[in-house]
Every structure is written in structure tokens, then in C-alpha cells.
Design a protein around this ligand. Sequence first.
Ligand code: NAD
Length: 471
Amino acid sequence: MDKVSLEASLYVDGVFRPAASGRSGVVVEKATGAKIGTYAQGQAEDVDAAVAAARAAQPGWAALSAPERAAYLRAFAAYLQDNYEDLVALSMRETGGVRTKAEDEVGTSIRQLAISAVQATENAGDILPPYKAGKLSLSRAVPLGVLGLITPWNYPMNLAMRAVAPGLAFGNTIVLKPAELTPLIGGHVLALAAHHAGFPPGVFNVVTGDGPGAGKPLAEHRGVDMLDFTGSREVGVAIATAAAGQLRDIRLELGGSNAFVVLEDADVELAASCAMIASLEFQGQTCISASRHIVLRPVADAYLDAVTKRADALRVGDPFDGVDLGPLISERQRDRVHKAIVEPSIAQGARLVTGGTYEGLFYRPTVLADVTPEMPAFSEEIFGPVIPVTVVDTEEEAIALTNGYPMLMNSVFTADLMRGMDVAERLHAGEVHINDAHARHGAENQMPGFTRRQWIGVQRGPLELPEWATR
Ligand code: NAD
């Protein structure tokens, strides 16, 4: 990969250039704090230029044949594939994730491009029954126009790609504003890939910068036909509020407090293995991380022992040292986990079973028992390596406690598959897993046309968990 990739600039209208203000920020390796690059501090003026370029390029891009657009997408994917090892290493440095997380991020991005390249060439409409004899009635997918994308730092590449790939495939042009903590893997590398793939100028643009400086002007830009935001509820609410006043088209992918329900007939060891993934993968900094473990009383002690034993065995450190968990993304995030979640929950009566300590950004996997719904460990999105366990007496109680909070993903563990299906149907989440942890089912396939549906993932064969999760 070009060395230029670590000295980031904006990518506007097919040109790499500094921010109009000339300002830049520093990108650090999360495990060591070492400087690994810079990023341009884009602002409203830069966003204006990028949106204007995307608007100008969109009709020509949409006018290409689907196979031509698909060929560009394949060339984009080829650049990522050719630089796979460098990109995995960059993701590990910039996000602080271990190798399997980085491989997942880059690999999913390449797969998403391949899927979208195929979808672009498939049937894009329906013939409808005409309302009157003698008429032809049909519907077809048409591009929205210019897409504005604002993305977070946790899986910066593939969370961008899930909108970039289908968006480009179906004839939209794009302005991407990646998170300021991960502007290289989340933005600049994608600009390099598009550039090397020979995309026409203006089809794909990247404006790096912070939220208020670059994100807000993009979110509110009248030249953007749809704004796709992935990030926190707080910022999502601000964007939705501003959009409502202008009746603008937005799509929000936010966070939540996801539940992990263990019924009394569950295989406790299996549930505890999955809990390592569900709550601790990428240090728990995943929007679909399990935030609340709701366990039926007959298996509560066994479950607590099983998760504690596994959490204690995990190694925390520099991802390049072959550990299981890397650093949290920032001091701010660490302080939120520790001071706003763990400490206040303990002060309200939660019992610290293990963990609750840190060195720098390295936070020990933490298990809290006796957690009640009033505690932040139950009600808040944690975004850290914490397993809060709440004990209930009935399935009804577990379902009632699970519902009623914003959430994206739930898991339910039971020996009876039909019981699991029944519970899944009564949980208010877009995604439910039965006897499984999150992120095992290739969800990128589910989002080609910016649609949303509930899907239920069932573990049908032996689990293929990494070795560290099963210790
Ligand atoms: P964040 O909301 O702080 O930042 C997300 C993006 O928004 C960044 O690019 C940031 O620069 C930008 N931003 C900040 N303020 C802005 C403003 N006023 N206007 C416009 N843009 C602004 O979120 P984060 O800390 O980067 O990511 C963590 C959050 O993202 C968690 O809540 C997590 O649940 C959520 N998330 C959701 C999904 C999903 O698919 N639903 C996926 C990953 C992360």
C-alpha cells in the first residue's frame, strides 16, 4: 500500500488535497499511543466542495451500465485484496482490535463489494399487475442521488462499506466522513482504493475531520439526498432533530443495550463460550455487543462461574502480541466504561466478581453480579468488556426485562429450539440469535437496498469459536 496512506488528505473530485483550512490532526496507534499518521481537518467549505463534486458526477455514474459499475466495484475490491495484509495491520493499529477482528473488518468489506457488484447486475424491478387493461405497470430501483455517510470508529471500514458498496452499485455517488479516531482505515484507504480503481472524479469523496466541524455540515447539507449515519444515539438524535425540520431523508444505525438471555434448560458452558464473543469481542465495543445477561435462577450460579472462569483466562494487551483483547479506543471511552458504568453500578449494589481494573487503555474483562435494572450496567450501552449478570425467576420476567430498552441484537439460550423460536418472536429486536453469539451470520447480505428486516440466526452445527473464547 502506498506510504501516502498514512499521511491522509481529503479526497474530493478525484484529487487528494489538504483541508481548505490547512489544519490536520494526528492518528495514533491505540495500543502504544505512537503516532501513525495524520488526517486533514475538513470543514464546511470542504464538505460543500465534496457534495458539489458528487452532485456533478452522479448523473454520469448512474448512466453507466450495471456491468460497468460492477467492474469498478470489483477493481475497488481488488485493491483491498491486494493490500490485505497491510490493511489488517493498519486496522489493528488504528482501532486496537486483535487480528481476527481486523480480518473480519477487511474481509467483510471485500465480500460486501463482491456482493454489491453482483446485485447491481441482477433484476432491479418488478412487473406489477396494471390497474386497468391495456396498461403496462412496472417498478424499478433508481438511485437516490448523493449519499452522505457518517461512520464510527469501531469497524470503520466495513461499516462504511455496507453503504458505500450498494450505494455505488445502484448509481449513487458518495461523500464519506469517517470517525476522527480512525480516519485512515475508515476513509483514506477507501479513497486510495477508489482512486486506484479509476473511479470517475466525484463519484466517491472522503472528507475527514471531527463531528462538529465536518460531520454536522454534511448531515445538514441540502445537496445530500440521503444521509446514512452510524454512531451513538446522542448524535443520532441531534441529526434526526435537525433533519425533521427540513423533512430530510436520513437513515440511522445507532446503539442500544442488547440482552443475552440464558433460560434454565440452557447448555451453560455453550452460553458462557458465546458470552465471550457477545460481550468481549473487540473489547465489547460493538453495537451488537451483549450489554445485559439475564439468567434464570436455576442456572445462575453455574453461569456466573463459567463466564468468570473464561474471562479470567483472557489475555489483554497489544494486539500484535497475540492477546485476546486489545486496548479500548480512547481514554474517554475507558473513563465512560469505568466511571459511568462499572463504578456507579457497584455503588448501587452490584458485586464485582472479576476485573474492574485497568492499565492505560487496557481494561480487564469484568463480570458484575447482582445487577438490577436501575443500574447503568443494565440500562446503558456499555461499549466495554463488561458482563453484567441479572438473575430472574421466570421466562416471562426475562422477556419483560429484555424488552423496553433500545436494542439491536439479542441472544437466547435454551435446549429446546422451538422454545427459542418462541422467545425470539417475543423479543423486540431486529436480530435474535438462538444458542449463538452475535455476528456469525454474514449480515452484510441483508442490507443491499437500505432495507431493514428481522432475521433469526440459529446455530445448527458445532460452534466455531476462536480458541480463546472456549478456554
Ligand atoms: P459518535 O456518534 O460519537 O460518532 C459517530 C460519527 O459521528 C463520527 O464520525 C463523528 O465524527 C460523527 N459526529 C459526531 N458529532 C457529530 C455531529 N454533531 N454531527 C454529525 N456527525 C457527528 O459514535 P462513536 O463513538 O464513533 O461510535 C460508537 C457508537 O456507534 C455506539 O453508540 C455504537 O452503538 C454505535 N454503532 C452503531 C452501529 C450500528 O450498526 N447500529 C455500528 C457501530 C457503532
